[in-house]
Design a protein around this ligand. Sequence first.
Ligand SMILES: [Mn+2]
Length: 479
Amino acid sequence: MDKYSEFYNLLDEKTRLFKDIPKEKNIRVISHLDSDGICAASIITKALIRENRPHSVSIVSQLKENIIQELSNEKYDVFIFTDLGSGQIELIDKYLKDKTIFILDHHEINDAIIDNEKIHHINPHLFKINGSKEISGSGVVYLFAEKINDENKDLSHIPIIGAIGDNQENEGFEFLNNQILSTAIANKKINVEKGLKFFGLETKPLYKVLSNCTEPVIPGISGDDQKTIDFLESIDISPFIGNKARKFFNLTADEKEKLISALIIKRNNEENPEDILGNLYLIEGESDGMPTKDAREFSTLLNACGRLNRSSLGIGACLNNHNMKKKAIESLKDYKREIMNSINWYDRNKKDTDKIITGDNYIILKPKDQILETLIGTLTSIVSRNKKITPNTFIMSLAELEDGNMKVSIRIANCDNDTIDVNGIVKEITDFLGGESGGHKMAAGAIIDPELEDDFIAKAINIFETKYPKEIIINEIDD
Ligand SMILES: [Mn+2]
């Protein structure tokens, strides 16, 4: 039997066990804060409503030990963890003994593999299926929901939004995501079109979409509004009607074609001039020009709701609750404002050495409680993309969390050196000082005791200066 059949068999077996749970049992759902996690929560919510099963949902940014401990005090017998849990299965086993647990996740399994009559663990990694590329958390939940009730096929577009949120789309999807996509297309939930793959095509002015686009680059246009406007006029496409900027969907079919050809010609010295074209995943039934039309923008919308602690609006938007969808879309403004606040904090405090420490090859931000805690990683990433910062400078932020812990985020500015591994750095420090860490080579983070702040910074600076001295890094680039 191949790995996929084994995975589907496990889903069959676990849904049968799930259906045996008495209908009156109140179910506790815990999901992850990002867009995939919100998609996962939406699918399970709708599936439970369809089964007439009472439930309550919470969204968390990390499933930390204290959260699991608190859950053990709640009067629920059945817990469903979605898009998280596989890395905390030992803690779940420890605190939620005697409870019935379903873990529907796609993250790496760090701890021991536990699967017994109480803990039902569903994760593609159990069958050597790559959960970081082949299926998202919401995808796992969707397959589970589809087996509970065939009607849940009307949710099949949601795991596509989740998978895009988790960066699983790359000129199409891999096998399991593709199976789900086929269901979504067959059920008229998604329409896949080839088109310009620029972000914001549905909602942003066309000239802005083009000038903002640096990946892929459009020579002579990227980064320059005026040149973009001139370019559009030169091919007889008016960027404005009156003083209102046009959006891509406002163009006629002829204009769209003309634009695409002109962009490809502009890119004729690039490696793949046609790289501007890709799959667009358009949600059926959504209006043109709305952030809920294009699955990529929908995913950003959900992420914004999560970061603003308004996940319920994201769930409402996924489940097509008109009012909540409207509020979710309105939240994008607040999200932009919060991001601007955090960028302004950085600009304002560049010279304040209590708040921002600048060294030869590092910049350390200490916003304390001055920016929204869910945006610490986002701010660190934004600073790391600032072209004025020397490539391969470490950007590290330490900020206070509402729960009293301290969050550390670390990135590499304009990184062009793949020997740098920030996950390794963070792990080395937390192994030494204590705390939980995680991430990958280019982006990592930790949760530490705030009392460790100074020690953490000292140790980090020591590693930046001794392991990655500026001369070595720059010499490596020149090679
Ligand atoms: Mn996920």
